[in-house]
Write a protein that binds this ligand. Structure first.
Ligand code: FRU
Length: 321
């Protein structure tokens, strides 16, 4: 039966490429499978703030009960989010923020904490002494600002750790390679790269290989979704940045159902390295297996319901005669 949805949630994603973004969507779908009364409409801005503004307005025109946004760049996307918020539509910010307080709640990782943890881990790896290169995301993304601030703050605790170079990678593995190669050539003393996400970290590894420096330079990334990168030592470590898709839907439903909720929901990070990556992989397998079980049981339940409904019809028919 095609029932009218009780709630229409719009999701404006800055991008859908990359494993992390896909994990966000997968998490949302998992949670939504328990809520057939909710309809989700997602639009992908493909890393373009102008397009994202248009898409938010398009979602508004289509009719919305709640808006979830992951803003490509905080500044340019803010006006469209404000429009929604000021019309009384609750707004949940997922992972990336806007520049004003015009939102209902935030859910996502703590980028300051991520940057600080990366600095502490880098210092431990280099025995508190050495030169590092920071590979940044897009300058306008709030995650870039937070990770950078946390990283530089974290490094100040180690006077012999030097931030020798910075390269803006724009979250883009293809375009960062050339500027990164030039920076590494100009800084032969660099022995560690902090990449603002694992995808850029992977690209950095390829650049190092081309330069014949993979053995000398270690890489730490952020996300922890593709655990194989750590397991295969492409990255020495990754700071977990929880995709928060499930959390965003749960938060949205609390807001819509007028239940109590927290405005700031920061998910904490952990370091994933060779000491715990196998445990993490096992846990991931377990969760996937449980998910398959849940789906199977839901299927069985549906069959039972259908059987019950048809038996009721038969019964009602019998009773009527
Ligand atoms: C994907 C991504 C993630 C990163 C997050 C930061 O678009 O770059 O890799 O952790 O966004 O907002």
């Amino acid at each position: 039966p095609t029932e009218k949805p009780k709630y229409r949630i719009g999701f404006s994603q800055c991008s859908t490429t990359g494993s992390w973004r896909q994990a966000v969507v997968a998490g949302m779908e998992r949670e939504l499978s328990f809520h057939p009364e909710v309809q989700l409409r997602m639009l992908d801005a493909q890393d373009n703030s102008q397009r994202q503004q248009q898409q938010i307005r398009e979602l508004l025109r289509g009719g919305l009960d709640l808006l979830i946004v992951s803003a490509y760049e905080a500044g340019p996307v803010t006006p469209a989010v404000q429009e929604a918020y000021r019309r009384g539509i609750p707004v949940v910010l997922l992972d990336r923020r806007i520049t004003t307080q015009d939102y209902t709640a935030y859910v996502g990782g703590d980028n300051l904490e991520v940057g600080q943890a990366a600095a502490t881990y880098a210092a431990r790896l280099l025995h508190e002494q050495g030169s590092v290169l920071e590979l940044l995301g897009a300058p306008g993304s709030s995650a870039t600002a937070g990770r950078h601030q946390g990283f530089t703050q974290g490094l100040t605790a180690f006077p012999n750790m030097r931030l020798a170079a910075q390269v803006t990678g724009y979250w883009n593995a293809a375009t960062l390679k050339r500027p990164l190669r030039l920076a590494l050539q100009a800084h032969p003393e660099v022995s560690l790269i902090f990449a603002h996400n694992d995808n850029m970290g992977r690209a950095a590894q390829e650049v190092l290989r081309d330069l014949g420096r993979s053995k000398q330079v270690r890489i730490i990334g952020v996300d922890g979704v593709v655990l194989e990168l750590v397991q295969q030592r492409v990255l020495t470590a990754s700071l977990l940045y929880s995709p928060a898709g499930e959390d965003a839907i749960r938060l949205a439903l609390k807001i819509l159902n007028k239940q109590p909720y927290k405005r700031e929901n920061k998910l904490s990070t952990i370091v994933i390295d060779s000491t715990n990556v196998l445990t993490m992989m096992q846990q991931r397998e377990k969760i996937l297996a449980q998910q398959t079980d849940i789906e199977l049981q839901r299927g069985l339940l549906q069959t039972l319901r259908a059987t019950y409904a048809s038996q009721q019809t038969v019964l009602n028919g019998l009773l009527a005669t």
